[in-house]
Design a binder for this molecule. Structure first.
Ligand code: SF4
Length: 276
């Protein structure tokens, strides 16, 4: 990502979102959902592109064959070995590294590191700030009240963590007393997320909350300015929005969050329209 390329990318993404809105009949669909995340809509698997890759999380990889054969069956098996490591295997190896990581002080207070959960090659990678108490207990991202709301928000535009999303955080271990992770902690943990992104190959990124958006974009801009825009992370369109916990504290944020989700949906529809 460069300062020079970013404005052009942003303009391109905005144009694509407009196209996507037209393709999807955006105005016609813009009033959904009336209850704004109160109830998750019925699943519409055909509503957005499905990424049917194998789900990946700590529990799902144990004792199960990876999505693809780890290595190609060829005479050059050994020499090609490093290039043909299966993504699921690589993710599992990275997850094992995270679970025993002591690179920053957050390791000292964690019960379980939270690596991530979802499918490989997701349509959307959702990125939050870090684990809370329940996530720390379960070892899974976005569980508890804010996780349930996130699931409803995603479902409102046809996204599901077990079908076409992957959910991860900027830091993998819980900051004590739910404090914000420090800049040093974010920077120390960021290589893990970057590696996840390289392996997962998401089409789009949704950043939930100020800390996640700032860390991903290397900016100090506030979330009120960041949201309502489409940014770029290494060539991947990135949509910032409010963290679900902020919506739980302030109901008035649900409407702008819905606008952000519609923007993401329009981008997805545009890509699907261009690929049809
Ligand atoms: S937060 Fe990240 S860098 Fe810090 S100990 Fe946990 S996994 Fe390691």
């Amino acid at each position: 990502m460069t300062d020079e390329s970013y404005p052009n990318k942003a303009a391109l993404y905005e144009a694509l979102a407009t196209i996507g809105d037209a393709l999807a009949g955006g105005l016609r669909r813009s009033t959904v959902p009336a209850g704004l995340f109160e109830e998750a809509p019925e699943r519409e698997p055909e509503s957005l592109e499905q990424r049917s890759a194998e789900p990946h999380d700590a529990a799902s990889t144990e004792g199960r064959a990876p999505a693809r054969a780890p290595f190609a069956a060829s005479d050059s098996l050994e020499s090609d070995r490093s290039e043909e490591i299966d993504t699921a295997t690589a993710l599992s190896a990275l997850e094992a590294e995270v679970k025993t990581c002591t690179r920053c002080v957050l390791s000292s207070g964690r019960h379980k590191a939270v690596f991530g959960q979802g499918v490989i090659e997701p349509l959307v990678l959702v990125i939050g700030e870090g684990p809370g108490a329940e996530e720390d207990k379960q070892g899974l991202p976005f569980v508890g009240a804010s996780g349930q709301l996130l699931d409803k928000m995603l479902a409102s535009i046809g996204l599901y963590r077990d079908q076409n999303c992957y959910i991860a955080n900027i830091v993998k271990c819980r900051p004590p007393n739910n404090r914000e992770p420090s800049p040093d902690e974010r920077a120390t943990c960021m290589p893990y997320l970057r590696r996840q992104i390289t392996l997962l190959k998401p089409r789009f990124i949704l950043c939930a909350g100020r800390t996640a958006a700032q860390a991903m974009l290397g900016t100090a801009e506030g979330i009120n300015k960041l949201r309502a825009t489409i940014r770029d992370f290494d060539g991947i369109p990135l949509v910032p929005t409010y963290h679900p916990s902020a919506l739980l504290r302030d109901e008035s944020l649900k409407r702008p969050a819905w606008e952000d989700l519609k923007r993401l949906r329009s981008l997805i529809e545009a890509e699907r329209g261009l690929n049809d």
